[in-house]
Ligand binder design. Structure first.
Ligand code: G3H
Ligand code: 13P
Ligand code: ZN
Length: 323
């Protein structure tokens, strides 16, 4: 067994406490490859932001779990030998079974999500409580989910969403012992979050539900999934250079800023990272048809990804200069 503390990682407990107290959110960025990990680490070191590195089940099978552990370990060497180290958690995103959570904990993860949101309420409680019991033996923090987000990703697939019922949250948190709770208030996974006509505003998130939840479990860390803004400059670039992403739209940044000031302590961002990389690579490929050195397009993509992360930490999540 590899303990996360041996890798220089931390769990999310203190991160969330501070974020709650000071009114900002910790960024949780997904990665699947070296360049994404480099962009996240560089962007967060540069902005002195705490960060949650997220790996999905799909990422684990794409990149190989052993290699991922050593990548995280390598990243921590860089972080801890930098002038101003930052707290970093390694988190399993959308864990779908007890066994997967156990495997991650044994491989150095400091935090896991057990996503039982598609199960019945009682089955969700049972599964989540079982994961919590195991995780807490190793001081690994656990995120549960109540309410269903729409969206289709490799490993997460729900056609329609259902909002979290505030009447359930107190019972769920008490009976499972989770450390944080992902809720559904109108976000969804992927790059097509709302169906709106050109020029139309996207519908606001259900802050009324969030407020009711906060009243029922005051001071408890809330997590917002599906929180990419689907930045239109990258969508435009993708469409301009041969892509087809018409109608891609995300959560407006001002709504995320508002959420970050509330009990929302963790904001999950994956699609925005995918978009920026795709936009840069499409443009470079189009403009340089003879190019065949991956460093010549992955490098600039990584640079732009880093800039995007720095901007988000500073201007949206408020996590810059909090480490
Ligand atoms: O919420 C899901 C994440 O964006 C991970 O997506 O399963 O395609 O890696 P993935
Ligand atoms: P996005 O698809 O909005 O980036 O959401 C990512 C997410 O929720 C990962 O768990
Ligand atoms: Zn998610």
């Amino acid at each position: 067994m590899v303990r996360y503390s041996e890798l220089g990682l931390v769990n999310t407990r203190e991160m969330f406490k501070k974020a709650m107290r000071e009114g900002y959110a910790i960024p949780a960025y997904n990665f699947n490859n070296l360049e994404q990990l480099q962009a996240i680490i560089t962007g967060c070191l540069e902005t002195r932001s705490p960060v949650i590195l997220q790996l999905s089940k799909g990422a684990r099978s794409y990149a190989n779990e052993t290699l991922l552990r050593y990548m995280a370990q390598g990243a921590m060497k860089i972080v801890n030998s930098s002038e101003h180290p930052i707290p970093v958690a390694l988190h399993l995103d959308h864990g779908d079974s007890y066994e997967l959570c156990v495997s991650c904990i044994e491989n150095g993860f400091s935090s896991v999500m057990i996503d039982g949101s598609a199960l019945s309420y009682e089955d969700n409680i049972q599964l989540t409580a079982k994961v919590v019991e195991y995780a807490h033996k190793y001081d690994v923090t656990v995120e549960g989910e109540l309410g269903v987000l729409a969206g289709i990703e490799d490993e997460v697939s729900h056609e329609s969403s259902s909002y979290t019922n505030p009447a359930d949250v107190e019972d769920f948190v008490k009976r499972t012992g989770v450390d944080s709770l992902a809720i559904s208030i109108g976000t969804s996974h992927g790059a097509f979050k709302f169906k709106v006509k050109p020029g139309e505003d996207v519908p606001p998130l259900r802050f009324d539900i969030l407020e009711e939840i906060e009243l029922r479990i005051p001071g408890f860390p809330i997590v917002l999934h599906g929180a990419s803004s689907v930045l239109q400059e990258y969508v435009r670039t993708i469409n301009k250079f041969g892509g087809e992403m018409t109608g891609a739209v995300g959560v407006p940044e001002d709504q995320l800023r508002k959420a970050a000031k509330s009990a929302v302590c963790k904001i999950n961002i994956d699609s925005d990272g995918r978009l920026v990389i795709t936009a840069v690579i499409r443009k470079i490929m189009h403009e340089n048809p003879a190019l065949f050195d991956p460093r010549k397009y992955l490098g600039p993509a990584r640079e732009e990804h880093t800039k995007m992360i720095m901007k988000k930490n500073r201007e949206v999540l408020g996590s810059a200069d909090r480490a």
